[in-house]
Design a protein around this ligand. Sequence first.
Ligand SMILES: [Fe+2]
Length: 308
Amino acid sequence: MQAPFRPVTHVRHVAMAVPNYKEAVDFYQDLWGLERVADDSGLSFWGTPADPEQYVVRLREDEKKGIDLVAYAARSAADVDQLAERLVAGNIKLDREPGSLDTPGGGYGVRFYDPDGVLVEVSADVAPKPFRALEERESIPQNLSHFVLNTPNLEAMKGFYEEYLGLRLTDWLGNVLCFMRAGSQHHILGLGRGRHTAINHVSFEMRGIDEYMRGSGRLLRAGQEVLWGPGRHTAGDNTFSYFLDPNGNVHEYTTSLEVVDDENHEPRTYDMKPETQDQWGFGGAITERMLAAQANDPDQKLWASSPV
Ligand SMILES: [Fe+2]
């Protein structure tokens, strides 16, 4: 039997178009703990010292708020080509044919739209940057953990990411959020049922529980409102503290995401009880503030090619 085609390994970065650009730069630099690795006027790339990915967030100043693209890593250039062939055969709209990339780290990638019109990039052979292990108590993000998207077409979106990117369903939260994996990490992508397509949240992995608490406390002390947390989910078994960035996109500090048996895992469905949503009991049930924030504004960049 032929092995299933599963080209993707992880999320490389989320590229966002933001109206409040300057404020977002200050947020990442002074509070969230990312490092500016490259910039141009109104465009900046943000990495972490602990991650070989060139950058995990890209910000671009724009009057309209939305997702410029979400980039995923592919195993090889051959897989990028095979993915492109499959997309074309499936009448999926390509934004850019497979070819070399001119963003930091270069590489070889293809761009296309998912069923909601979110621009997706899948790339291979991107040069890694130097990196080091975070030190004990160093409370800045280690890497991008996962990305969650709201969609009014959850089943179609889930089917698309399974069929083309080779993601697998790990678990459901009620019937409103599904968690998709590329390997043994519980999820790299979450799809939430929403009235419109938008960023639900972007999640950053911290070194450990201590660093996750220290980072969360740093934001609290700086006057940031914690939308929900600290807590520990049951689906994914990861810790959570959710904050709002200056453009109204929810950001999460997390750590200790569950590792599953990629080949043999049977999807589970978790209920929405407060004790399931937060095992610890500090965060409790999801808050009204979090519900409103994660619904977010309708994405204004759907079906739009990214200028970068
Ligand atoms: Fe999350």
